[in-house]
Write a protein that binds this ligand. Structure first.
Ligand code: HAM
Length: 423
């Protein structure tokens, strides 16, 4: 039997209802905050990601699914969405009528990481991107939305971590100080970090290898090197978070795995996911629009790990499973032919209807209705046909009423809808 590719997964009925419920809540929340949906392709030219995320990042160096298409152009399955959203913003000149745009997009991303709980090679993200807003208050609003979403999903074990990565004015100074420090502890670093030390020293800060973490204990902090403007922004962010009563932690090691960030970065972390603690991550990427050939406009945003959300959401998937409102149990060929028409028409009326098209006994049909959790069973057989009625049984109260076959669709709809609208 042919099996799934490692790190990929199926989301089966029974699980998918939770995904749908979360998506619905997330969409409504983002739309309430003025975000509009944008849909972007799953593949882009490799160059887009290499330039935006950075050549020396783990994602670009070793995690992208990149291959030449039949003409030899290098294309990549998107490892993230920000680069594509910015590309679309530029390509369609979406900034021309108004540079301030807020977009959200939901879909699969691909990274060839080592699979484990909470980490997949095809995973899903809910992304929000704000273009054209320089105020650090928008970063606070993004964190506020993330915290609110977690609350709506009954996720309690979360912490907001924030950091500032400085700007092109102050970061080089920090980089120099850090590089000097890293040279002094080079012998204690893992092989990856010894390489990173020269090519991308900031990345050493978030290495998870215990010996590196220990060696980095005394590393200089970027927050001590911020220029006045970055410092002021970072203070604004902290004051506004306090004002909104959002608990947060300043995490000097939060450098994120993508090179486009500047100034405020943040993550929502949880203790409920084992090694994969980040439920969502984001930050400001002010230089990216320009880097990709556009005007000098600021940007900021976040991506939520959708898979991880489903793993920690406090919603109960079983409660979300759609249950048929009506199950039609027909006995005999004539009844079945008639019931089949009712099935089609009731379905069109928006009632969730199920029926058994085979030749099963009433007992076995009732059993199936029960298993599916049907609210009502509409029973029709030769006797009912003769009487010109069918029986509608309320599966909860067990009460049964006879309904005339003439005008049955409207009547069933009326009874079921009235019952559903009762508090
Ligand atoms: P990221 O931190 O690389 O940021 O990913 C965001 C979230 O996606 C992570 O916090 C995690 O929950 C989830 N995630 C990442 N990799 C995996 C994986 N292999 N399996 C399951 N979940 C995963 C970005 O992607 C940025 N584009 C976020 C952003 C948007 N920054 C500004 N705008």
């Amino acid at each position: 039997m042919i099996q799934l590719i490692r790190g990929f997964k199926d989301i089966l009925p029974g699980e998918v209802e939770l995904w749908q419920a979360i998506e619905k809540i997330a969409r409504a929340l983002l739309e309430d905050f003025g975000f509009k949906e944008i849909r972007i392709p799953i593949m882009e030219r490799t160059e887009l990601f290499a330039r935006s995320i950075g050549e020396d990042t783990d994602i670009v160096e070793k995690e992208m699914y990149t291959f030449p298409d039949r003409k030899g152009d290098l294309i990549t399955l998107r490892p993230e969405a920000t680069a594509s959203v910015v590309r679309a913003y530029l390509q369609h000149r979406l900034y021309a009528p108004d540079p301030v745009q807020k977009y959200y997009t939901i879909g699969p991303m691909f990274r060839r990481e080592r699979p484990q709980k909470g980490r997949y090679r095809q995973f899903y993200q809910i992304n929000a991107e704000v273009l054209g807003v320089a105020s650090p208050l928008i970063d606070v609003q993004l964190i506020f939305i993330l915290v609110a979403l977690c609350a709506k999903l009954a996720i309690t074990d979360i912490n907001a971590h924030i950091n500032s990565l400085g700007c092109p004015d102050c970061r080089p100074r920090y980089r120099e100080a850090l590089t000097g420090f890293l040279a002094s502890i080079a012998a204690e670093l893992c092989a990856d970090c010894r390489r990173r030390r020269v090519r991308n020293p900031l990345r050493v800060l978030d290495c998870k290898v215990p010996s590196c973490r220990e060696a980095m204990g005394e590393a200089p902090s970027i927050i001590d090197s911020l220029c006045d403007e970055c410092q002021r922004d970072f203070e604004t962010v902290q004051a506004a978070l306090q004002d909104l009563k959002i608990p947060f932690r300043v995490d000097k090691r939060l450098v994120r795995g993508l090179d486009y960030y500047a100034r405020t970065t943040f993550e929502i972390q949880t203790g409920s996911l084992g090694a994969q603690s980040a439920v969502a991550g984001g930050g400001r990427y002010d230089g990216l629009v320009k880097l990709l050939g556009g005007p000098d406009l600021p940007g900021t945003g976040f991506a939520i790990g959708f898979d991880r959300l489903t793993e920690i959401a406090g919603l109960n998937a079983a409660d979300l499973l759609p249950k048929p409102k009506v199950f039609i149990a027909a006995l005999g060929e004539r009844s079945r032919a008639l019931a089949f028409k009712w099935n089609c028409r009731l379905g069109l009326q928006g009632l969730r209807v199920e029926m058994d098209l085979g030749d099963k006994s009433l007992k076995s049909q009732m059993k199936r209705a029960d298993r599916l959790g049907a609210g009502y069973v509409l029973i029709v057989g030769d006797k009912e046909l003769e009487d010109g009625t069918a029986l509608l049984r309320n599966m909860q109260s067990k009460a049964q009423v006879a309904i005339p076959i003439e005008g049955i669709v409207a009547k069933v709809k009326e009874v079921v809808t009235a019952a559903n609208s009762r508090p």
